[in-house]
Design a protein around this ligand. Structure first.
Ligand code: GLU
Ligand code: ZN
Length: 291
């Protein structure tokens, strides 16, 4: 079956949906709907040690109870390992990768990887794999954050595409998935903005075209930290979906929502959706949802 263009929401199954992740889900949903694109949900489940049993089902239930229905079967990165491995072997063959045996300790004071292992091109057991960035300076225009140009050598250096524990790195898996020809726009939190040049670098090496990107301002607590499980944000209360959606709409510049059913409210928001309405600054929630 041929698919049209799509937007995607890509949660990691590390815990239930909280207000910050509902806000990201809603923004990507409204953006896709407003463009007449499909909206799909992809579970980023490669990091098994961080996966929480039941989290995926819990996230999906919460999306459904908030009226955010996806248009295609749920995708899982764990089902795409063959695609990631063949991308890795192609990059190996072309000399873009090398093995890194540096310990965390050795890299402790090196935010930019110094290239110590650059000569290790033959396989080494229990090693991470890094991609050479050379002089790449990926350039893109973010639909919300504007023009970006990032000389990777100066900000991260050669970065990891396959971890020492054998797990395919988020950068590579996401670069592959987001450059599928049907993915038109990636809407996600601004906390991920500095990953984007790395992902574009990989897409370029693999001859794939990047999607358009819109990196949202974050919802932060009064301490200025992003709402997340780590900062103690509790799960969204799925018994009050209307209130939660209205809350998120305020953060997306749609504060004047009418009194309506959930379905009508979402339709109204699709009709009003414009990236230009989204406030540029991070938004502070006064009260964390009850933990
Ligand atoms: N799954 C990751 C997260 O939830 C990345 C999402 C993305 O690339 O949109 O932070
Ligand atoms: Zn190394």
């Amino acid at each position: 079956m041929a698919h049209g263009q799509a937007g995607r929401f890509a949660p990691s199954p590390t815990g239930p949906l909280h207000l910050g992740s509902l806000y990201t889900a809603l923004a990507s949903y409204l953006d896709a709907r407003a463009r007449n694109h499909d909206w799909l949900v992809r579970i980023d489940d490669l990091d098994e040690p961080r996966t929480e049993p039941g989290a995926e089902a819990c996230i999906l239930r919460a999306l459904e109870s908030h009226g955010l229905h996806w248009d295609r079967p749920v995708q899982r990165q764990s089902a795409r390992l063959d695609a990631y491995r063949s991308a890795l072997s192609e990059l190996h063959r072309r000399g873009c990768l090398y093995y890194c045996t540096c310990s965390r300790r050795e890299l402790r004071h090196a935010p930019i990887y110094p290239g110590t292992c650059r000569g290790r091109t033959a396989p080494v057991p229990d090693a991470a794999v890094r991609v050479r960035v050379e002089n790449a300076a990926p350039k893109f225009t973010d639909l919300l954050q504007g023009g970006q140009v990032t000389p990777l050598r100066l900000v991260v250096g050669d970065f990891i595409v396959s971890r020492r524990d054998g797990i395919v790195a988020y950068q590579l898996a996401t670069a592959m998935d987001d450059s599928e020809p049907d993915i038109a726009t990636v809407v996600r939190g601004r906390d991920l903005l500095d990953n984007t040049p790395r992902q574009i670098h990989l897409m370029t090496l693999l001859g794939r075209s990047p999607p358009a990107y819109a990196h949202l301002p974050l919802i932060v607590g009064r301490d200025g930290r992003k709402l997340s499980k780590q900062t103690g944000a509790g799960p969204v209360d799925s018994s009050v979906p209307l209130a939660n959606i209205r809350n998120c709409l305020v953060f997306l510049g749609l504060a004047d929502a009418p009194d309506a059913s959930l379905e009508d409210l979402l339709d109204w928001a699709v009709g009003r959706w414009e990236l230009d309405r989204i406030p540029r600054n991070d938004q502070v929630v006064e009260r964390h949802p009850p933990a």
